[in-house]
Write a protein that binds this ligand. Structure first.
Ligand code: 5GP
Length: 192
């Protein structure tokens, strides 16, 4: 294994697997700052609870939350969808539930990526049943043209083509989550 001394070296260790950088680190930060400003304006005076869906959304949550200039609380859910690694089946299992009672809270569900929308649809139904004061979604990425269910996503960072992407929280086989950008992988990288 190559020696890893700095963050830059570590990211470079993934370099041979990367096909194309779709969204740079600077573009992500710029967009999250905009989203944070909008959220700050929209939620002023409310009891804002950010709900992150683990594991992918933890990076978005960490950065987005720091662009929101309001008192807020955090909570996390862990879910897994059954099926192959790069496809969604729409059947979702809750592995870790929220610690908060949602009644009366203004809940903003933070997602890394909305692909078919099936996971989000399931989560929204599940969370709505807990009677929050409001329930909205902020997603960093939305894949265009393949949502199987129409979903009202209040804050969207970027619309991207329907390719499998990694980085900024998103993994392939648990790797690449710490890349500071969003990228596609070379076909060889899927080979294991
Ligand atoms: P959906 O139910 O919207 O089809 O998919 C939601 C979940 O599938 C995401 O939260 C994410 O975990 C995973 N997913 C969907 N597309 C991608 C992708 O391009 N890359 C990665 N790494 N995960 C994805």
């Amino acid at each position: 294994m190559a020696a890893v001394s700095t963050l830059t070296d570590y990211v470079q260790a993934y370099q041979p697997d990367i096909e194309r950088v779709l969204i740079s680190s600077e573009e992500i930060q710029g967009k999250l700052a905009e989203m944070g400003e909008q959220i700050s304006a929209d939620y002023e005076g409310s009891s804002l609870l950010l709900v992150g869906v683990l594991k992918g959304a933890f990076v978005v949550m960490a950065d987005l939350a720091r662009y929101v200039r309001l008192p807020l609380e955090f909570d996390f859910m862990a879910v897994s969808s059954y099926g192959a690694a790069t496809k969604t089946s729409g059947v979702v299992r809750i592995l870790k539930d929220l610690d908060h009672d949602l009644e009366g809270m203004d809940v903003l569900l933070v997602e890394d990526i909305v692909d078919s929308g099936l996971t989000l649809k399931y989560l929204l139904k599940n969370l709505a049943a807990r009677k929050p004061a409001s329930l909205e979604v902020a997603a960093l990425l939305r894949k265009t043209g393949i949502q199987k269910v129409p979903l009202d996503i209040r804050y969207v960072g970027f619309d991207i083509p329907p390719d499998f992407v990694v980085g900024y929280g998103l993994d392939f086989a648990e790797r690449y989550r710490n890349l500071p950008y969003i990228a596609t992988l070379k076909p060889e990288a899927y080979g294991g």
